[in-house]
Every structure is written in structure tokens, then in C-alpha cells.
Design a protein around this ligand. Structure first.
Ligand SMILES: NC(=O)c1ccc[n+]([C@@H]2O[C@H](COP(=O)([O-])OP(=O)(O)OC[C@H]3O[C@@H](n4cnc5c(N)ncnc54)[C@H](O)[C@@H]3O)[C@@H](O)[C@H]2O)c1
Length: 254
């Protein structure tokens, strides 16, 4: 097992890509912390995982709240006394209660801030707290979930592009600042639209060919494990990574 005895935390991990990574890490032997916005969702995910209690932790936390994030990392430290892997996954292109398409000219400030705070400020807050554990223990891996929109502008995705470009930049800075602490920091972009619950619900997407959420599994395990030792400051694209290794690139219809 590639992550035997390692401790991993994935934010926004009761569904979608976060849930895929939690399962992949657990299958590779890691102790895992699930974190999401609702306690009942966290409890449900822990039950689905079905692991012995000493190997799992579930914490209700909003990554945009400094207080919640500090509490989250305190719980991880109390339970496992270390943290080897942090995946900053919690994020979205549009707040789930509002419209999907956001033209900059008509984007309300609260919507802009919600997207920026979740994708980017959440990544900052969680990384900062993770470093307080990883530096003294002598190493770790931070994986920031990015998107094709973190490298190329897309119509009607202004807040999301700004946030994910920010995530790519923050990844590079964190990698430089922690190169001497044996902490690798990389970003991981699935490489396209992934058929998660929220994406499937968009009427215009019906029948569209999309990536299955498991696309991120193998590359996330690679970045979390010692196999990627010394690899830092890079931006990985899961579909390319899979193709280069002859692994399946799984597609489905929304
Ligand atoms: N689905 C795609 O097509 C796609 C493509 C590229 C990148 N991504 C990125 O992948 C990541 C996961 O997306 P997904 O499609 O699995 O989304 P999702 O909506 O299925 O899951 C995201 C999870 O994050 C949680 N979350 C949201 N805000 C949070 C907060 N403030 N604190 C804690 N948890 C919070 C949600 O409750 C949810 O469980 C995001 O960063 C997203 O930008 C998704």
C-alpha cells in the first residue's frame, strides 16, 4: 500500500472529487479526515467509508472561516498527531444556490467573494495551518485542486478563473517557500468537466460526455505518496497523467 501509516485530510470530501480522493487514500492505507459543511453529510460519508474508528476523523468545517480551519487542524493533530497530506479540494465555479453563468459585468460582490473565498482563501487558510504541523514533523504533501480554468479564461466564469489562477500562483509560491522543509506543493486539475452531482444537474449538460470523478484518483495517490518525492511546484493534469501511464481515462454521459 502506497500510503500506509500516512495521515491525509481532504477538504470538501463528502461528495464529488473529494470523496473519490478520500476513498483512494483509504484504500492505499492512509488514515483520513473528511471535512465538509454539514455534520450529517460528514457522518454519512464516514459511515459509507466503513473504516475502523482509529483510522478516520470527520469534522464539520467551513474552509472560509479562520476559526473553523484552526479547529479542524487542531482536531487532526489531537487525533493523529501528524499530517502528511492535505488536499485543498473544497471549491466551486458558482455558489450552488445561484445561477451557473456569471458574466463579470453582472456579478454581485457577494457571489464574487463566495467563489474567491472558498477556492482561494480556503486554500490559503488550510495550507497555513497544515504547514504548522508539516514543518516541525519534517515534511508533507499539499495538493491544490485546480481546473482548466486556472490556466485559460472561459466565458462566464470570471470569479472561478480568478480564483483558480490564484490557486495555481499560490501553489508555486508555497512550493518555493517550503522547498527546504521537504514539503511538496502541487496543483491537480482533472483536465475537463467532471460528472459530479452538481454538474449533472445543469439541464444544458444532459447527454454531454464528461470525465468520471475517479479520473483524479491515481494522480492524487501519486502526489500524496513518496513516489513523487522531490516533485514540487508543478501543475498536474489528471487526464494527461493517466494517458502517459496507459491508464484509463474514464468518461460517462451526464
Ligand atoms: N466537477 C468539475 O467539473 C471540476 C472540474 C475541475 C475542477 N473541479 C474542482 O474540483 C473541486 C471539487 O469539485 P466537485 O466538482 O467535486 O464539487 P462538489 O460540489 O461535488 O463537491 C465539493 C464539496 O465541497 C464542499 N464545500 C463547498 N464549500 C465548502 C466550504 N466552504 N468548506 C468546506 N467544504 C465546502 C461541498 O459541500 C461539497 O461537498 C473544486 O475545487 C472544483 O473547483 C471540478
Amino acid at each position: 500500500m502506497k500510503l500506509h501509516e500516512k495521515v491525509a485530510l481532504v477538504t470538501g470530501s463528502v461528495r464529488g472529487l473529494g470523496w473519490e480522493m478520500i476513498q483512494a487514500f483509504a484504500q492505499e492505507g492512509a488514515n483520513v479526515t473528511i471535512c465538509d459543511l454539514s455534520q450529517s453529510d460528514v457522518d454519512g460519508a464516514l459511515a459509507r467509508l466503513g473504516l475502523p474508528l482509529e483510522k478516520v476523523l470527520g469534522v464539520k468545517a467551513d474552509v472560509t472561516s479562520e476559526q473553523d480551519v484552526i479547529h479542524l487542524f487542531r482536531r487532526v493533530r489531537e487525533k493523529f498527531n501528524r499530517l502528511d497530506i492535505l488536499v485543498n479540494n473544497a471549491g466551486f465555479a458558482w455558489p450552488r444556490s445561484g445561477p451557473v453563468d456569471l458574466e463579470v459585468a453582472g456579478t454581485p460582490l457577494d457571489v464574487w467573494l463566495k467563489v474567491l473565498n472558498t477556492n482561494l482563501t480556503g486554500t490559503f487558510l488550510c495550507s497555513r495551518e497544515a504547514l504548522k504541523i508539516m514543518r516541525p514533523q519534517g515534511g508533507g504533501s499539499i495538493i491544490n485542486i485546480s481546473s482548466p480554468q486556472g490556466k485559460k479564461g472561459k466565458l462566464l466564469r470570471g470569479p472561478y478563473c480568478a480564483a483558480k489562477f490564484g490557486v495555481e500562483g499560490l501553489t508555486q509560491v508555497l512550493a518555493l517557500e517550503n522547498a527546504n522543509s521537504n514539503i511538496k506543493v502541487n496543483s491537480l486539475d482533472p483536465g475537463g468537466i467532471v460528472a459530479t452531482e452538481a454538474i449533472r444537474k445543469i439541464p444544458g449538460n444532459r447527454g454531454m460526455r464528461m470525465l468520471k470523478p475517479e479520473i483524479v484518483r491515481a494522480c492524487a495517490v501519486y502526489l500524496a505518496s513518496d513516489e513523487s518525492s522531490g516533485i514540487t511546484g508543478h501543475s498536474f493534469v489528471a487526464i494527461d497523467w493517466n494517458r502517459e501511464r496507459g491508464l484509463e481515462v474514464p468518461y460517462t454521459e451526464a
